[in-house]
Design a protein around this ligand. Structure first.
Ligand SMILES: [Fe+2]
Length: 311
């Protein structure tokens, strides 16, 4: 089963205008019909929470109503339909399979909509290596678009992590790349080498739902630039910027009106089947290599930020 990763996340929200503005300010493009796309066509889809076209709510505060997976080919859709059809209802309409996982998360599968991105990587100059950026080309560009490139991963709060993990491994061919003890596994489907497209966290049942989702940025500079712009627009930083240990991805999380956190990430590790999964108890050192807090811009010669407010 060549499942690549999430093509789209569908939300049923309380406040459509606020969520729409949030996703546009985050950097996604409003392409109409409630769809907000990254550069490669992966997306977040917004609907009003009482929209009858949505799969049922899970009965918690979570606004996530469907995770749409992109797969490589029709053969994968056939394999998923056969496998999951053994013990649950699987519908197939317009090239999209729909069913529900063992925790009650609505899933859809389709041949991926992802468009090829082409080279996007940030170019670094380092002593001892040939310059990646040509001579006289500067790295800092105030006008750089810093756009989310592709939907990276989604994180679920689940009431039975072992059962949820078994479903994705045994029924859909995911594998565990690493595990944070006390939380859950990082999971990678077979159609990608990204460290994870799904992370599961054990929680009480009332918390079941989405904890956050993330789009890949071109690199740490794009992540910092996008996050700084997001702060400047008034959005609240929740965690970051920093660099995770498992997956090595740079991160910056924000609060959102979608009932979950929303992250920028960059430079995630790639793994194949030869990788041996690690396990570390969850804690600050296991969660990140380093962590910073955003500050207002400042320059030598003036008071430090906030100094003017001191008595
Ligand atoms: Fe994340």
């Amino acid at each position: 089963m060549k499942i690549i990763g999430p093509d789209a996340l569908v939300f049923g929200v309380d406040n459509l205008p606020a969520c729409s503005q949030y996703l546009m300010d985050y950097g996604l493009a409003d392409v109409g019909n409630g769809r907000f796309e990254a550069v490669d066509g992966t997306a977040v889809v917004l609907r009003a929470k009482d929209d009858p076209s949505l799969p049922a709510s899970m009965g918690t505060a979570s606004m996530l109503r469907e995770t749409v997976y992109g797969v490589a080919d029709e053969a994968t859709l056939d394999a998923i339909a056969t496998e999951l059809g053994r013990d649950r209802e699987v519908t197939r309409s317009g090239g999209v399979l729909r069913c529900v996982d063992d925790m009650g998360f609505a899933l859809a599968f389709q041949v991926t909509v992802r468009r090829p991105l082409g080279p996007q990587v940030e170019k670094l100059n380092a002593p001892g290596s040939p310059p990646q950026r040509p001579v006289n080309v500067v790295a800092v560009d105030d006008q750089a678009p810093s756009l989310p490139l592709t939907l990276s991963h989604v994180v679920y709060f689940v009431p039975d992590e072992a059962k949820a993990t078994a479903f994705y491994i045994e029924r859909l061919g995911f594998r565990i790349t690493d595990r944070l003890g006390g939380a859950g596994p990082f999971l990678q489907p077979r159609g990608t080498q990204d460290h994870h497209t799904l992370f599961l966290i054990q929680t009480p049942p009332f918390m079941k739902g989405v904890e956050h989702f993330t789009f890949h940025m071109a690199g740490p500079t794009a992540l910092m630039q996008a996050g700084s712009r997001f702060v400047a627009k008034g959005y609240e930083s929740f965690w970051g910027p920093g660099r995770h240990r498992m997956g090595s991805n740079w991160f910056w999380y924000f609060n959102s009106p979608l009932g979950c956190h929303v992250e920028y990430d960059a430079d995630m590790d790639q793994h194949d089947e030869s990788w041996v999964a690690r396990m570390a108890p969850i804690g600050p050192d296991a969660s990140q290599l380093f962590l910073f807090t955003h500050r207002e811009k400042w320059a030598p010669g003036g008071p430090p930020p906030g100094a003017a407010a001191q008595p």
